[in-house]
Design a protein around this ligand. Structure first.
Ligand code: WTA
Length: 633
C-alpha cells in the first residue's frame, strides 16, 4: 500500500504538503490502490455555498468488494471478526474472511428476495452481534442504503428515523444482552412500526432463542430465509457519489438529522485514515469498543478494519460486567494489538480501582486510541500508565458523524502527541480557527471556532431529504467553511486541542444529544409546562444533563414527577438521554423577548455562582435567585 502508508514524521510532512498543494493528485493516488469497477473521470468538484461536493466523479465501485472480495485470495482463512459475547462463559465466535464473504452474499440474496433494490433504505436495529455487520455489508453490496439505529434508542426514535428516510425493510433480532440485563429488541420494532407505513418486511435474527411475536405476512426469520438462497451475489456497481448510508445524529435544533455518506470518498478515506492513524501492521488484532449504532462503529469497527484486511473485535457486553476488568481480560484473551475506546469508559474503569487493570498482562497492546469527547489529562495519564504501560502511543482522534472519519489526530508513534490534544490534522484536512467575526486566526497559541476550509473525501454530502438543513447547519454560519460546532485551541506548535461544543449539543458519554431534543421529550410528560436543559461537567460521562422544569403546580411528590419525566425521556429518546439532575422551578430566566438565557442556567448547573453576568435585562430577575437557592448539587 505504497501511496497510503506514512511511517515517519518526514513522510507526514511530505504527504500533508502535497495534500494541500495538489489535493486532487494526492487523493487520486490513494484511491488508485482500491478496487474500482470503472475509474473516475474527474477527482473533485465542489462548492460550500450549496453545498455540493463530489469526489471521484464517474467512478464505479462497491465498498464490499474492497472489504471482502479483494482479500479472499490472500486472507480467505484469516479471521475477519472475533466476536466476544456478553457472558465470558459463552464461546467467542471467529469468522474468517471467506466465511464473512459467504454470509454477506447469502444475506444480500435474502434482501433481494425480500424485495430490496438499489437505493432503498433499510433500517438495522440490532444488538452487537456479527449479524449486524453482515446486514450492513449486505445492504452495501446490493446498493441499499443502510440506516443503523443504536439498539438503545426507543421505539419512538426508531419510528422517527424510519419515517424520515422511508425505510422499506427492518433487520432486527429477538433480544439483546448487556451485562446482567436482557431486553427485547423485536418488541421495540413492533412498537415503532405501529407508526410506520413504509415498512413491508422485518427480518428477525434469532439471537437469544426467544419466541417473539411474528406478524404474518410481514416478519420472517433470518435463518429460514438464509436457507432459501445461494451464496453468489455480484456486487452492485455503485456510482462513487451514490449514497452508502444514512446515520442520524443530533444537532442543536429539532429532531436528529440523517447524515448522508457516499460510496467512493468514504471508502478511500476509511482505509487511509485507519491504516495511518493506528499504524496498522499485518496480522494486527484491532478492537474498537464503540457500538455499530454510532459512527465510530461504522467507520472503525466495520468498514476501516475490513477494508484494511485486519481482524476486528466486536464485543457484545459492557466494560463493567461481570466486573470492571472485562476490557482487560478480553484484550489478553484475544491478544489485541490496537485498542480504541472512549474517555468515558476509561474514567468509569479508573473509578473502579486499579486492581482490575493490574491483574491483566496487556502485553499484546501496541497502540491505544481515544474518541468521542475530550480526554482529560488525568484519564490520559491513567490510560498511558496502566493500560499502555508507557510504551503504547495514544492517538486522541477528533472527528464527527459528519466527517465520516478521523480528521485531527497524531499518527501513532509517528507525529507529535500531547496529553489532551488531538494533534495535527491528517493529510488532506485543512482546519482553521475563526474568531467571533468569522475571520481566520492565523497565529498559534490561540482559541477559536473550529472550521474546515477544503473538502475531504468522506465529508457529509447532505442531510437526508432536506438539503437546506445541511446548508444551514454546517455551511451558513461561516461562509465558505464547513463549521464543526466545536471550539478548539491551537498551541504554540500548531497542535489542536478540542474544547467541546459551542452549540446547544450536549456530549454525554461520547453520545450527542440536542438540548432541544431532550426538552421536547421532557415536555411530553403530562404535568410539565416548560423545560430548559443544559450540560454540566460530569466526572464519568464528560457532560451530564441538567434539566430545569416548570410544572403546572408545585409538585407534592417531586420524586414521582421525576420518575414520570424519566419515563417520558426513555419513551421519546431512550434511557441513554435520562437527565442526571432535575430541578423544579417556578420560572426560567428569560429575556423580554422570551428567549431563555441558557448562559445563566449553564453557570448554575456548573456551580459557578459568583459570576452569573448581567441579569437586569431579564423579564423577572428574581427567578434567578430562586433557581440558585434551590439548585441541585
Ligand atoms: C466530540 C464521534 C474532543 C466533538 C466520532 C465532536 C471530540 C463530537 C473528540 C462528534 C476528541 C469527538 N476530542 N472532542 N478526540 N472526538 N469529539 O458525531 O465535540 O458522535 O463535535 O462523532 O464529539 O460526535 P459524533
Amino acid at each position: 500500500m505504497s501511496a497510503i502508508s506514512i511511517n515517519t514524521p518526514e513522510e507526514y510532512q511530505k504527504a500533508y504538503k502535497k495534500s494541500i498543494e495538489q489535493p486532487e493528485q494526492f487523493w487520486e493516488e490513494i484511491a488508485s490502490e482500491l478496487l474500482w469497477q470503472k475509474r473516475w473521470d474527474k477527482v473533485l468538484e465542489w462548492n460550500f455555498a450549496e453545498p455540493s461536493v463530489k469526489w471521484f466523479i464517474g467512478g464505479r465501485m462497491n465498498i464490499t468488494e474492497n472489504c471482502l472480495d479483494r482479500h479472499l485470495s490472500q486472507r480467505g482463512n484469516q479471521t475477519a471478526i472475533i466476536w466476544e459475547p456478553n457472558d465470558p462463559r459463552d464461546k467467542a465466535r471467529k469468522i474468517t474472511y471467506s466465511e464473512l464473504y459467504s454470509q454477506v452474499c447469502h444475506f444480500s440474496n435474502v434482501l433481494l428476495r425480500n424485495g430490496v433494490r438499489k437505493g432503498d433504505r433499510v433500517c438495522i436495529y440490532m444488538p452487537m452481534i456479527p449479524e449486524l455487520t453482515i446486514a450492513v455489508l449486505a445492504c452495501a453490496r446490493i446498493g441499499a442504503i443502510h440506516s443503523v439505529v443504536f439498539a438503545g434508542f426507543s421505539a419512538q426514535s426508531v419510528a422517527d428515523r424510519i419515517n424520515d428516510s422511508q425505510c422499506s425493510l427492518v433487520i432486527t433480532a429477538d433480544g439483546l444482552r448487556r451485562g446482567a440485563r436482557q431486553s427485547g429488541v423485536k418488541t421495540v420494532v413492533d412498537e415503532a412500526l405501529k407508526q410506520c407505513q413504509s415498512v413491508h418486511r422485518v427480518i428477525v435474527f434469532n439471537h437469544l432463542g426467544w419466541e417473539p411475536n411474528m406478524v404474518s405476512g410481514r416478519d420472517v426469520w433470518w435463518h429460514t430465509e438464509m436457507q432459501q438462497v445461494d451464496g453468489d451475489c455480484k456486487a452492485e456497481a455503485m456510482d462513487a457519489e451514490d449514497m452508502l448510508f444514512i446515520l442520524y445524529t443530533s444537532g442543536s435544533t429539532g429532531k436528529p438529522k440523517g447524515v448522508v455518506h457516499t460510496c467512493g470518498g468514504y471508502t478511500v478515506y476509511m482505509e487511509y485514515t485507519f491504516r495511518n492513524v493506528f499504524q496498522l501492521r499485518e496480522k494486527d488484532v484491532f478492537w474498537c469498543t464503540a457500538d455499530v449504532g454510532w459512527v465510530t462503529g461504522h467507520s472503525y469497527l466495520v468498514y476501516g478494519p475490513l477494508l484494511a484486511g485486519t481482524t476486528t473485535v466486536m464485543f457484545e457486553g459492557i466494560p463493567t460486567w461481570p466486573d470492571a476488568g472485562r476490557f482487560w481480560q478480553v484484550i489478553d484473551k484475544h491478544q489485541v494489538n490496537i485498542f480504541y475506546t472512549a474517555p468515558t469508559a476509561i474514567r468509569s474503569l479508573m473509578a473502579a480501582g486499579v486492581d482490575h487493570v493490574l491483574s491483566a498482562s496487556l502485553s499484546s497492546l501496541r497502540v491505544l486510541g481515544s474518541v468521542g469527547e475530550p480526554i482529560n489529562e488525568e484519564a490520559w495519564h491513567w490510560y498511558n500508565l496502566h493500560v499502555g504501560k508507557e510504551r503504547c502511543p495514544i492517538v486522541d482522534t477528533w472527528w464527527q458523524t459528519e466527517t465520516g472519519g478521523i480528521m485531527i489526530s497524531s499518527l501513532a508513534g509517528v507525529t507529535a502527541s500531547k496529553p489532551s490534544h488531538a494533534g495535527n490534522p491528517l493529510p488532506g484536512i485543512q482546519p482553521v480557527l475563526l474568531n467571533n467575526q468569522g475571520e481566520v486566526i492565523e497565529e498559534n497559541g490561540v482559541e477559536g471556532y473550529l472550521a474546515i476550509r477544503f473538502p475531504w473525501p468522506s465529508m457529509i454530502r447532505t442531510t437526508y431529504g432536506d438539503h437546506e438543513r445541511c446548508r444551514v447547519n454546517y455551511f451558513d454560519t461561516y461562509k465558505g467553511y464547513y463549521f464543526t460546532g466545536d471550539g478548539a485551541k491551537r498551541d504554540e506548535h500548531g497542535l489542536y486541542r478540542i474544547i467541546g461544543r459551542v452549540d446547544d449539543v450536549i456530549n454525554v458519554s461520547g453520545h450527542r444529544f440536542g438540548t432541544a431534543e431532550i426538552e421536547n421529550a421532557i415536555n411530553q410528560s403530562k404535568h410539565v409546562v416548560e423545560s430548559a436543559v443544559v450540560g454540566y461537567p460530569h466526572d464519568i460521562k464528560g457532560q451530564g444533563i441538567y434539566a430545569f422544569v416548570i410544572c403546572e403546580v408545585t409538585p407534592d411528590n417531586p420524586e414521582l414527577l421525576r420518575e414520570e419525566i424519566y419515563e417520558s425521556v426513555s419513551r421519546e429518546i431512550g434511557r441513554i438521554a435520562k437527565p442526571d439532575k432535575i430541578q423544579f422551578v417556578s420560572g426560567l430566566p428569560k429575556t423580554r423577548s422570551g428567549k431563555i438565557m441558557r448562559r445563566i442556567l449553564r453557570k448554575v448547573a456548573e456551580g459557578e455562582l459568583s459570576n452569573l453576568g448581567d441579569t437586569s435585562t431579564l423579564l423577572d430577575p428574581l427567578v434567578v435567585d430562586q433557581i440558585v437557592a434551590e439548585r441541585i448539587l
